[in-house]
Design a protein. Sequence first.
Length: 551
Amino acid sequence: MRSDAIKKGMDRAPARAMLRGTGLTDSDLERPLVAVANTWTEVMPCNIHLRRLAEAVKTGVRQAGGTPIEFNTISVSDGISMGTEGMKCSLVSREVVADSIELAVRGHLFDAVVALSGCDKTIPGTVMACLRLDLPSVMLYGGSIEPGRFQGRDVTIQDVFEAVGACAAGRMSEKDLLELERQACPGPGACGGQFTANTMSAATELLGISPMGSNSIPAMDPAKDEAAREAGRLVMRLLKEGLTPRKILTRQAFENGIAGIAATGGSTNGVLHLLALAREAGVPLSLEDFDRVSQRTPLLADMKPWGRFTAPDLHKAGGIRLVAQRLLARGLLAGEALTVSGRTIAEEARLAQEASGQQVVRPIENPLAPTGGLVILRGSLAPEGCVVKVAGHQGMRHRGPARVFDCEEEAFAAVKAKKILAGDVVVIRYEGPKGGPGMREMLGVTAALVGEGLGESVALVTDGRFSGATHGIMAGHVAPEAASGGPIAAVRAGDSILLDVQGRRLDLEISEQELAARLGRWKPPAPRYQTGVMARYAKLVRSASEGAVLD
């Protein structure tokens, strides 16, 4: 065992003495040491229940002959920090989660890992660590929150964000907004639509690093505890078989993950995170791969933020197994790809149980749209590419005058003050990985636009990110970013911008000579942080087109 290096032999007596101080016995020290890497926190519903699941995981490990040892790392809530300076910490936290798990496991020579995730960045962060370590590993997602009920309908946190704009526009009373606020999050679990957490949950099941069917179980469903126990038992089987993440997360697996995101209309953040995971796995992956796979993948799941149903609805309908079954029927997944269960994707899909009369996942012959929910655009405004979510907006084309803002707060204030008009293109820049730093999500602005009734008539272009709860005419991850001297830094108020999904173009409609002249006069702004982790991140982070990974 790998852990023998710290617990076997006479010279390891001091280490054993320390371990005994934690309550471990002779028999505990004879068994493999299994890291239970938790992302529990009290600050948000997404992760608050993970201590309960960790106990279930540890029970499963013990049942299978291992010694579980739990440790914790950080998590930053996107929903709470959204629209504030704190949101700049969200994407940065992905790297901290990965780094801290890697260090804890390497430092104590654990034999295997079960990682528990919840809110958005903890999912890719835990998997990045597992890939770096390449020890037998399972990632278990804590599950979705149940929808709230407001005025006779299901609601999620998305509805609260959009209600802020509706209230500012006089389309909703403050009393109703308060009541919605009180009802939207009825308990533990991650945000309930096909937002970023549930997008990455689906992707990791199809990547094979999470047992298929386990992630989609809602947070407070009693079946979640048994899924956690089984994850503990499963990692011990993986240890015996020597099956590690890099043997599972192959090129085929990544294409399966992309197909899952495309078929469920998932978050644009999935692009950023799968690029980062592929880098850790040593698998070549580019923006064009997302566009190519999405083009051949029909949109099957009718999910919020643009559709009707929530993540718990998808689980009841048949879950990701059902989506996989549909895609395999058309040869749109690599069925031979392996998963942590020891079964292939095709074998897992055969276990799908479709609920009678379900309307969440459409038949493959009658998709919501013939192509998936993600599109990659390039053009004079985004030479390295940008990402557009087209779920619910097929054939999107928008041309309009630029309204330019150098930070999210300025744009949000303009929306609230009703200074944005139908037909405008809102440009928010210096919010990229380097410029933010941290690449904030623009949900406050996009939701306010929807709430004001401008969601279908105003486009938004940014070098920042979008929340998985965003919907509308939105192009994010514009690269190169403004802080790196990308063309978005040269946009002026009133410039015409064309967003053309069918043509795969995002263009600033000025001459090449004028663009070159403007960029020639551009000077980089002073860094927003001079010290600490944010300053270090800004210096080391790569472009969004490369997953915003660190050098």
